[in-house]
Design a binder for this molecule. Sequence first.
Ligand SMILES: CC(=O)N[C@H]1[C@@H](OP(=O)(O)OP(=O)(O)OC[C@H]2O[C@@H](n3ccc(=O)[nH]c3=O)[C@H](O)[C@@H]2O)O[C@H](CO)[C@@H](O)[C@@H]1O[C@H](C)C(=O)N[C@@H](C)C(=O)N[C@H](CCC(=O)O)C(=O)O
Ligand SMILES: Nc1ncnc2c1ncn2[C@@H]1O[C@H](COP(=O)(O)OP(=O)(O)OP(=O)(O)O)[C@@H](O)[C@H]1O
Ligand SMILES: N[C@H](CCC[C@H](N)C(=O)O)C(=O)O
Ligand SMILES: [Mg+2]
Length: 490
Amino acid sequence: MKLRDLLGQDILGNDAAIEPAVAALEVTGVALDSRAVKPGDLFFALAGSKTDGARFIDAAIAAGAVAVVGDHAPAACKVPFISVANPRRALALAAARFFPSQPATIAAVTGTSGKTSVAAFTRQIWERLGHASASIGTIGLVSPKRTVYGSLTTPDPIALHRQLDEIARDGVTHLAFEASSHGLDQYRLDGVRVSAGGFTNLSRDHMDYHPTVAHYLAAKLRLFRELVPPGGAAVISADHDCSAETIDAATSRRLRVMAVGRNGNGVGEGIRLTEAVVEGFSQKLTVQHRGKSYAIRLPLVGEFQIENALVSAGLAIGTGSDAADVFASLEHLEGAKGRLERVGERNGAPIFVDYAHKPDALAKALQALRPYAKRRLIVVFGAGGDRDAGKRPIMGGIAAENADGVIITDDNPRSEKPEAIRAAILAAAKGAREIGDRAEAIRVAIEELEDGDALLIAGKGHETGQIVGSEVLPFSDHEAVAAALASRVA
Ligand SMILES: CC(=O)N[C@H]1[C@@H](OP(=O)(O)OP(=O)(O)OC[C@H]2O[C@@H](n3ccc(=O)[nH]c3=O)[C@H](O)[C@@H]2O)O[C@H](CO)[C@@H](O)[C@@H]1O[C@H](C)C(=O)N[C@@H](C)C(=O)N[C@H](CCC(=O)O)C(=O)O
Ligand SMILES: Nc1ncnc2c1ncn2[C@@H]1O[C@H](COP(=O)(O)OP(=O)(O)OP(=O)(O)O)[C@@H](O)[C@H]1O
Ligand SMILES: N[C@H](CCC[C@H](N)C(=O)O)C(=O)O
Ligand SMILES: [Mg+2]
């Protein structure tokens, strides 16, 4: 591909004036990391949070880069250097041209909590309506032909566009994916042809990355302000403090706003929840859409799953599916792995694994399980190392307030001292116990369960490792529960 075609008029026209010989260079790949450069690649030198890609330009050239894109030229560069104002965005747009195929219908969802669930639900709804569907996010790529574990919620633009191109060529026509605030802030998903955007909620998260909550919200709102094109659908949960600002952002862009939830618009395009009753491990809902009423039995535990289900339904309806079919399909939803998943029981007490690793999610998960604890609600959890330390005491307080028994344990201490993380949580969790070894904490909690209790094991959800230092030790809450239950029988 010629360099001029890869960078295109939108990048070259606005920023860089390049010579015809450079424009005609043949480029055989794109790279954002010098260590991944192959001969013929165009290297994007990105200023990052740890280092500056410009420091690796020589290494990229030594590996075969034929030209470099960046925002500040080095003193000397042995290959052509193309200066652009926003190299991250230029990379995303170039990756979209290099990997040109994308599913025809793409929905992106953002919000502090619920993204993985919404992406999985939207994929399931489309699948049931007969579309070849996929999802991409924290649990990786799930598609009819391949399932690939991913390490980021929103992959880097090269990985993302490579996957979009592959699944589109596999025949996938519908994709739902997660737009993390990091991904939006770093322009990872610019270049994706998004037909609809979804917004669940906003609460404290990633305060180690975003300087302020306003910055965090602004990153999320890029989805509506810059990525979903005018005329596209914006499905917004209407029940939060930030809902009005989100709806305003979408309205100013002339998006088709679909407000969903208790404050949703049931007369127009939105979805209004008028009734929700817990029935065993299901919830009976009544919703209104375009003035019509629908009764739905949602086979999921947790009030927050109603929000996720309604945003997903909105994304499917907003991209052209029939409302009655969509609402009927909600009756078959399966929760994403490790999201309030019932993984066993002992002495009649249900045991749930959940991915709540931030304050609001932990509160919501505990509140969701309260109806299942006639006696005591027990929680086992920790907090990740090298992540926002401010959330630790907040989560400790939430656990003490919402549970009747609290065991503080480890959850990916990374480079930090595990006992210091536990101490920070314990300081605000009056009466909590401390058992650092997570398998042991789970075993003790299960051992003590009695009829009428319920147990929540929070923080790791689908994860399959415990990160200690720079090592990832094999660990899964699911396996730890199975082992604890099996050791009881033996
Ligand atoms: C803090 C953060 O978000 N970092 C992301 C960012 O890296 P960066 O550009 O800041 O990296 P850097 O280490 O400073 O390096 C700068 C540049 O030099 C390059 N380099 C570096 C070394 C070298 O030898 N050669 C070289 O070329 C790097 O490739 C990079 O382009 O851009 C990279 C490419 O897109 C990401 O892989 C990387 O994610 C890191 C691994 C990460 O851990 N991110 C987490 C925090 C994250 O993104 N999480 C979100 C939210 C999760 C949620 O849902 O809660 C996610 O979407 O997963
Ligand atoms: N709509 C919601 N409102 C509040 N809490 C929720 C909601 N949906 C999920 N949760 C809680 O957040 C946890 C993570 O859910 P999910 O993985 O769907 O969200 P996410 O936004 O993808 O999170 P992450 O950014 O960590 O990947 C769940 O296990 C649950 O505890
Ligand atoms: N995307 C989140 C996941 C956190 C999961 C939790 N188990 C932890 O390690 O803190 C992060 O990387 O911050
Ligand atoms: Mg996620």
